[in-house]
Design a protein around this ligand. Sequence first.
Ligand code: IMP
Ligand code: MG
Length: 200
Amino acid sequence: MPTKATTRTAKVKPGQREEETLSVLISHQRIRERVRQMAQDIRRDFPSEPVHLVGVLKGSVLFLADLARELGGEVSFDFISVSSYGKGMDSTGEVKMNKDLDVSIEGRSVLVVEDILDTGLTLKYLLRLFEERKPKHLRVAVLLDKAERRIADVKADYTGFVIPNEFVVGYGLDYDERYRNLPDVCVVRLGPRGKTKIEA
Ligand code: IMP
Ligand code: MG
């Protein structure tokens, strides 16, 4: 439930200004509590094993940092960078690898950490790639799930929040590289009436 709304004006094209309205969808407090519960669920499944977190850059960074601290026990990190989105709110439909992992995942208990599951195309690509590398376990944790947008047949093992089909920013998620530093997850709408650009 949105608890407050902020209006910001941002330059979107040279010479043109378009208003962006942000409303809090999930407060930092709720995120913190949910991340703690997710960490408990993950540790219940892997009680005494080292867990190797694979963060999908850049959106997962804040979620991974909080999840790692809540997990306790032996935890290591690595990061991969893929792009599935254009610069704005619309998907290009393609997945491109920008940066591969630094270390092998063979024989490790791997937890892929993603900010948001949307069409699922990115995760499908990543799971296929990682399965070939023979990890001991391969699980997925996502903070947000836009379930109604799914195209690819993929599921996360641990999901923070199922959210409606709205473009969201904050807590790592961006709109044109902005807003990643907001502590809350917010819906961003464009235009004076806050009309959203993505319609299913
Ligand atoms: P998918 O391949 O369609 O599942 O897209 C996954 C990626 O798209 C996420 O990791 C995000 O980087 C990006 N994405 C999808 N929806 C949103 C959104 O509402 N806000 C910001 N980024 C998003
Ligand atoms: Mg992402």
